[in-house]
Design a protein around this ligand. Structure first.
Ligand SMILES: NC(=O)c1ccc[n+]([C@@H]2O[C@H](COP(=O)([O-])OP(=O)(O)OC[C@H]3O[C@@H](n4cnc5c(N)ncnc54)[C@H](O)[C@@H]3O)[C@@H](O)[C@H]2O)c1
Ligand SMILES: O=CCCC(=O)O
Length: 466
């Protein structure tokens, strides 16, 4: 059985429907005593869970994978209500979690296998991959299931245990995940959902039994959690914001290229860390590209994310999120940028912001430096590959980036110069087996793929002399 700790104290944890602004349910934060119990439980579970053969943990993790698909409809409805994600994307997210848990359940035993070393001084040496103990996960609202899966699947396989603090706007999905763990046979304490406050998070990181912390969230939270981890000498993985460049050098079908760029940008209503937040387009196709984007954006009306009627768009996750994007766009427009479509903040308390196309961004505008976490296609015009790469790298972020061209070699050469954790050519690679993470102020560490299982692990040398 897993544990969901929640009691007393007024709380920020709540379900608020972004399509209407209605507060549907509120939850109370954990008491300090429950925080202690959560860490006690995670430590106690580690003693037995971490000692199991990995093949036995894989059986449980496989069942977790199955449950995400068996419950996909119900899971999808939960996050569509909590954060406004269109239902089909919500369901796809739940099903993607199946892929992630399956990947680690299947590949985990190989990824965690002993690695023999040819000891040059004699003797026998292996590197063992051992669990480290209880970990803290701090997760955001934008992919309420997938972000958790990326962290939890490899670590449960390794034998680590998890205390999970989800975003304040995702309490029902947080509890649904805990229920899946429980029903799959994850033992009590091996996965604990905790409605913790930020102050309590600091206490948990300081607890000597907690061996590491993984945060997916904003740069602001990353700086705080990274500092707390450093003070307490704890390993940290930080998956933070991004402003990914999406360079289009040429195209045989500019309209189709614009449609692909638009669909990529509009996924999750623009609230993806690795969304193509800066489109950088060669001058000879620029006008047609912007026209293609504008055609996509024009005429869209607010709709219910649960039904996704044609010609509609869904709300952002919260009123604050919609207002923040609106302010960034307004700042740009007031300084001379051109808004080709959208950009309307709908009346409160709903959280609709009409998908926008924005050009003419200059360095004095907030949109040049800041992450735009919403449905805004920002397009820059360039006249050479050199200018494109310079602009692409002129950012504090370094999450992902992509270069598109009919000449793969030309695109490959330019993508090779991207200062990012994920460089792509003619498409964006993303799957359970492909490592995910960034450099610069997008954070450090990796999730997914083989590297995702190599973060919170004791790579112990085991040496036997001749
Ligand atoms: N790199 C990635 O893989 C990735 C993935 C998804 C989202 N993100 C980024 O996340 C951001 C959007 O998510 P958000 O608005 O939920 O981020 P956020 O930083 O506000 O919150 C993320 C989580 O951190 C917690 N948190 C925030 N401040 C804290 C503090 N001082 N102490 C303890 N916990 C704290 C929140 O309660 C939440 O659970 C965007 O910047 C996006 O790019 C990055
Ligand atoms: O928000 C960050 C992750 C988004 C994704 O992996 O598609």
């Amino acid at each position: 059985m897993t544990t969901t700790a929640q009691q007393s104290n007024p709380s920020g944890y709540r379900v608020q429907n972004p399509a209407t602004g209605e507060v549907v349910e509120t939850f109370e934060t954990a008491t300090d005593a429950q925080v202690v119990q959560a860490v006690d439980a995670a430590q106690a579970a580690y003693e037995s869970w971490g000692a199991l053969p990995i093949a036995e943990r894989a059986v449980v993790v496989k069942r977790v994978a199955e449950l995400f698909t068996e419950r996909a409809d119900e899971l999808a409805s939960t996050i569509t209500l909590e954060m406004g994600k269109p239902f089909s994307e919500s369901k796809g997210e739940a099903e993607f979690c199946t892929d992630i848990f399956n990947y680690f359940a299947t590949e985990g035993p190989t990824l965690a296998a002993d690695q023999e070393i040819n000891a040059i001084g004699g003797g026998r040496a292996v590197v063992q991959r051992l669990p480290v103990g209880p970990l803290l996960g701090i997760m955001p609202w934008n992919y309420p299931y997938y972000q958790v899966a990326r962290f939890v699947a490899p670590n449960l396989m390794l034998g680590n245990t998890i205390v999970l603090k989800h975003a304040e706007t995702c309490p029902r999905s947080a509890m649904a995940i805990a229920q899946i763990m429980d029903d799959a046979g994850v033992p009590a304490g091996a996965y604990v959902n905790l409605f913790a406050t930020h102050d309590q998070i600091a206490d948990i990181i300081a607890d000597p039994r907690i061996q590491g912390v993984s945060l997916t969230g904003s740069e602001r939270a990353g700086a705080i959690i990274g500092q707390l981890a450093g003070q307490n000498l704890k390993k940290a993985v930080l998956e933070l914001g991004g402003s990914d460049p999406y360079v289009v050098l040429d195209s045989e079908d500019v309209k189709a290229a614009a449609k692909l760029a638009w669909d990529t940008r509009i996924e999750n209503t623009g609230q993806a860390c690795n969304s193509n937040k800066r489109m950088i387009v060669m001058e000879d196709i620029y006008d047609d590209f912007v026209a293609g984007l504008t055609e996509q954006a024009n005429g869209l009306v607010p709709g219910d994310p649960a039904t996704e009627d044609a010609g509609t768009f869904g709300p952002l996750s919260s009123r604050a999120a919609a207002e923040a994007v609106h302010e960034q766009v307004q700042d740009a427009v007031s300084k001379g940028a051109t808004l080709h479509a959208g950009g309307t903040l709908h009346d409160g308390p709903s959280c609709y912001y009409s998908p926008a196309v924005l050009t003419g961004i200059t360095k004095d505008m907030r949109a040049y430096r800041e992450e735009l976490f919403g449905p805004v296609a920002v397009v820059y015009k360039v006249s050479s590959d050199e200018e494109a790469i310079k602009l692409a790298n002129d950012t504090q972020y370094g999450l992902g980036g992509a270069v598109f061209s009919t000449d793969e070699e030309r695109a490959r050469k330019l993508a090779h110069r991207l200062q990012v954790g994920m460089a792509n050519v003619n498409g964006i690679g993303e799957d359970a087996d492909l490592p995910f993470g960034g450099v610069k102020r997008s954070g450090y560490g990796r999730e997914l793929g083989p590297l995702g299982m190599d973060e919170f692990v004791n790579k112990r040398l085991f040496y036997i002399a001749d």
